[in-house]
Design a binder for this molecule. Structure first.
Ligand code: GAL
Length: 679
């Protein structure tokens, strides 16, 4: 079967990537090695169970050694070997690292910092995302590539760029400044509209002409908040335009080949929800931190974002490390079993591919100490054995491909709000989008309740519970949708400092959070952020401690579930509950400590009838389900280091242990995994 057989048609106008089995493989950089090594690569890939490689990511300089002069001969041979071996290629567009001749010819493509410092070539991604020169040259290369490999039997998927915005998320050069002004003209039409949106009467910032507007370069003190917010939007868009310029070529020349790009997890500069509209399958790179005992929870949230960005369709784990990375201060290998466990975690949360960076460990260059599927020491190594075992194992469960996860709980996340939230000049600089999201995600993860993480414009009616961790920026329209959701019977949980400002970062007037006051049944009169390390007591139906934030709440129909037990706000509401329409709206005016948060969230979701997948899940065990093709599969992942026994509601067979009889309980060793076929 060729790669083309796995592509679905485009007659519906939608290209999907629907592999017949879970893919396994990684970044393949054969150009690092003499050609004699390539035959061995292919042999070992087959041995390891590799079905797909991502090739050519950093090959621009080799395929176009001089401007306009292309040398694809060596790459033809790579594609040929892979195709002959039945290994599919996720073909990179090769544009992530411009060759030295380009920045020599056109130094204006180099990005600049907010202080006007130029970033020089010598690493990678040294281009200004707005640079027309970069985009033109990139597109020219993609035309060559697409034309050359359009009919190649190994071509399964296009991999555009690489980790957009990893090293060049934002540029402040003159080219960017001009592009920003163009972007603002399109957004606002007139300079008066821009002035109104940016509140420029403040500090005498009123513009007479778009030409006066600059990027928010280093200034004496706080730059205009809306200018900063718009610059984040613009910078995300500039990167997206690079992606779209390449995608347009691919659509034209290879209309049936799906396209994707690999995102970074919790990556503030790039809004994965927005980009997903232009991706046929979503893809994520995730590098667990073995020294962090909660790395799998951070990963879980990132996996959910990636799946939900793609509307719930299966996604690709495009990169992970087989062992250690090289870019943290201290780089731990993955202990035995961890790589398998974390790979299965991606599948458990909806991935249809487990890929790595990279196939063969580099001998030189900046990533020579980054692990690879074939380590420096060769194949007689723990890493190669673990990699190969996983490759074989994934091959045994083709029925999992294409199945989907479903959730009754949604957490809202919004990159626009993130960009606005973490600016200076706010009541507290300690609010972190990522941390707050994880604090709200964790109680569901621990309870074994699957969650979706979705942007605020998603349809909410299918969810029993919607959690809004800290959406500082919220449009009237989103607030109205949340209000209607509760009125129609939904359960909503909202935390502090949500619904404060509109899309232009102007405060919604009339008592915070003005557009949510009706549904929450309260008014916040004053914010009272807590000092670093300070704690406040909670008393009432829930008791314990909270930190970070407090606020003066007046009830307007809501009931206090807990009040502040000490401090300036003693006796005032801290946690509230409001029966509204046919639904329920909860509010937290502070950050409860994790134990209290778990109790609170358990109660909120029990009232919403959002049940865990399994009752009495042992601590440290993650449970998820995937369904489809007449099958339902329950995944159990023991993130702990000691054995855990999970009781099942029915007899089930562990697909990863084919010899075992169906049983009503599974004992997972430390870091153990089971995939149960549920009736
Ligand atoms: C990713 C990148 C890869 C490789 C990897 C190392 O950010 O896409 O090319 O550098 O990190 O962990």
């Amino acid at each position: 079967m060729t790669a083309a057989d796995h592509r679905s048609g485009s007659s519906s106008g939608i290209r999907t990537f629907e592999p017949a089995r879970l893919h396994f493989g990684g970044d393949y950089n054969p150009e690092h090695w003499p050609e004699e090594v390539w035959a061995e690569d292919i042999r070992l890939m087959k041995e390891a169970g590799v079905t797909m490689v991502t090739a050519g990511i950093f090959s621009w300089g080799l395929v176009e050694p001089r401007p306009g002069s292309y040398d694809f001969g060596w790459f033809d041979r790579v594609m040929g070997h892979l195709g002959d071996a039945g290994i599919q290629v996720c073909l990179a567009t090769m544009t992530a690292s411009p060759p030295p001749w380009l920045s020599r010819q056109h130094p204006e493509i180099l990005p600049e910092t907010a202080d006007g410092v130029r970033k020089w070539p010598g690493s990678r991604q040294h281009y200004c995302p707005s640079s027309p020169v970069y985009r033109t040259r990139a597109v020219r290369l993609v035309e060559q590539l697409a034309t050359r490999y359009a009919e190649h039997p190994a071509l399964a998927l296009w991999h555009i760029g690489n980790e957009y915005g990893c090293s060049n998320p934002v540029c402040y050069c003159e080219v960017s400044a001009a592009d920003f002004r163009r972007w603002l003209r399109e957004r606002y039409g007139t300079v008066e509209a821009l002035n109104a949106a940016w509140s420029t009467t403040f500090w005498s910032q009123r513009y007479g002409d778009f030409e006066e507007v600059l990027p928010p370069r280093t200034a004496p003190t706080h730059a205009n908040p809306t200018q900063q917010l718009d610059y984040a939007r613009f910078s995300d868009d500039a990167l997206l335009q690079c992606y779209l310029a390449e995608r347009e070529v691919l659509r034209r020349i290879t209309p049936d080949v799906p396209v994707t790009t690999n995102h970074m997890p919790h990556h503030k500069p790039v809004d994965p929800f927005r980009w997903a509209a232009y991706e046929d399958v979503t893809a994520l790179d995730y590098y667990q931190e073995p020294y962090d005992s909660e790395t799998h929870i951070d990963a879980a949230a990132a996996f959910d974002v990636t799946r939900c960005a793609g509307g719930g369709r299966p996604w690709l784990l495009m990169e992970q490390a087989p062992g250690a990375v090289n870019w943290r201060a201290r780089n731990s290998p993955k202990p035995p079993g961890a790589m398998r466990l974390w790979s299965w975690q991606a599948v458990a949360q909806g991935a249809d591919a487990v890929l790595y960076f990279q196939w063969r460990q580099s001998q030189g260059g900046a990533e020579k100490f980054h692990s690879a599927m074939v380590p420096h020491a060769g194949t007689d190594t723990r890493i190669f054995r673990e990699v190969s075992a996983l490759g074989q194992e994934l091959a045994t469960v083709p029925q999992l491909a294409g199945t989907r996860c479903s959730s009754e709980v949604a957490l809202l996340a919004d990159w626009n709000s993130w960009w606005a939230l973490e600016q200076g000049s706010h009541p507290s600089s300690a609010l972190s989008h990522r941390e707050t999201l994880l604090r709200h995600y964790r109680p569901f993860f621990d309870a074994g309740v699957p969650c979706d993480i979705v942007p605020p414009d998603r349809a909410l009616s299918g969810y029993r519970l919607v959690v809004v961790p800290n959406l500082y920026l919220m449009s009237e329209e989103t607030a109205e949708r949340l209000t209607a959701y509760v009125r129609d019977g939904g359960h909503l949980f909202v935390s502090y400092f949500t619904g404060i400002a509109d899309e232009c970062d102007r405060v919604h007037l009339g008592g915070y959070p003005a557009p949510l006051r009706e549904v929450l049944g309260l008014r916040v009169e004053e914010f009272w952020p807590l000092d670093e390390g300070a704690r406040v007591l909670l008393r009432g139906e829930l008791s314990g401690q909270a930190d970070l934030w407090s606020e003066a709440i007046d009830l307007e129909g809501a009931r206090a579930v807990a009040t502040f037990g000490d401090g300036e706000l003693t006796g005032r509401p801290a946690l509230t509950r409001h029966a509204f329409g046919d639904g329920m709206a909860w509010y937290a005016g502070t950050r409860p400590e994790p134990g209290v948060m778990r109790t609170l969230m358990d109660r909120v979701r029990e009232e919403a009838c959002a049940a865990p997948l399994l009752a009495d899940l042992p601590p440290g065990v993650q449970a998820t389900a995937r369904e489809g093709g007449d099958g339902r599969y329950l995944f159990l992942l023991n993130h702990g280091e000691t054995a855990a026994t999970v009781t099942l509601p029915h007899l089930a067979r562990n697909l990863l242990d084919p010899g075992a009889e169906p049983a009503a309980a599974v004992t997972l060793p430390g870091r153990g995994v089971a995939v149960l076929s549920a009736p």
